[in-house]
Design a protein around this ligand. Sequence first.
Ligand code: C6P
Length: 413
Amino acid sequence: MTADSKTLNAHAIRADFPIFEQLIHGKPLAYLDSANSSQKPRQVIDAMTTFYETSYANVHRAVHVLGERATAGLEGAREKVRAFINAPEAREVVFVRNATEGLNLIAYAWGGANLGPGDAVVVTELEHHSNFVPWQYIAQRNGASFLMLEIDDNGDPDLSQLDAIARDHTVKVVATNLVSNSLGTIHDLGPLVRWAHEQGAIFVCDAAQAAPHMPLDVQALDCDFLAISGHKMCGPSGIGAVWGRARLLEAMEPFLLGGHMINSVRYDKTTWGELPHKFEAGTSPIVEAYGLGVAVDYLSAVGLDAIEAHEHELVAYALGRLGEVPGLKLYGPPADRRAGVVSFNVEGIHPHDVAQILDMQGVAIRAGHHCCQPLMHKLGLAATNRASFYLYTVREEIDQLVEGLHTVQKVFA
Ligand code: C6P
């Protein structure tokens, strides 16, 4: 498989993922919960084990050979993430635990210092709580307004509200996701980014669901900050990254304080280290970052274009097959406008019951509000079922889901 391939062979890719070598409740595993967290290829698992066995030590503070190897592993991963998102400089890539921590870093360190009365933060009704609650909290704490763009009948943020917002507020932050985790919508962020910059605002992109599934380019997006999570893109848990423009990061105060992030510490004054260290207090998630770098290599070798095309194809197939299930309601846009996410409800059956009976048949989906309570509120729902796909997902798993849903309906008949 090369990065030039337009298609991928999901059955062949699947063989890289040891998790599929088992039966769940005596059935083949249909893992349709990748938007929650992805499975890991042997390449990542083995590379991390080898790193622990041959190269592990703390980073940036040891002169011995293991310290040098570990530091090279961590910094090599930073460069891989830089290239993956086409960031100008590796020092603009800050390692964090996950997208949530990354978005908190931006909200606290940038928002905390730059928001005040008369200012506004604009998010959308489609945000995950991780790109909603930190902004709501910081805006309210600083006396700024927190505004939410409602969605229109197509499920897209309604941009007709922008003029009124610009008239009444000084907009300082616009923060949205690129791919919705609940509906799978791939947003055309261009108009909103341009509007944000016309207002003199920064644009914060939550790319937690985009990074695993499509090519990312922070320069083409023209965003100012972007956050990703490693565990959703074949990497380990406990590692994510924030990218920010160097001039913004340099002007910001740190988020967490302590070891490693300083330049000098005296009784009366402490000065901060250079980027990215200013934002990486304490011992880094060393092997996790290294593993994320290997995951980036893995995804790049398959090709993000190929992954995106594979997911569009799976979503189209899933929407067709799920349409055959009586009493099933689907949410979200057409297949060509969404990543590998299908949200649905089965008439008269609580999503948690659906998910539990599917689990007995080896089918793993997520049921709940998906950390998107404002969106659920708009849709008038407490929860949905959500099946989500990735590069290792095959049509047979979707067939298993559909069969499972027929069983769910029989159980509840
Ligand atoms: N969404 C889902 O099942 P963390 O938990 O920090 O790695 O990612 C947070 C996050 C931020 N933004 C979006 C768009 C997300 O989808 C998520 C995580 C998971 O949809 C867990 S709630």
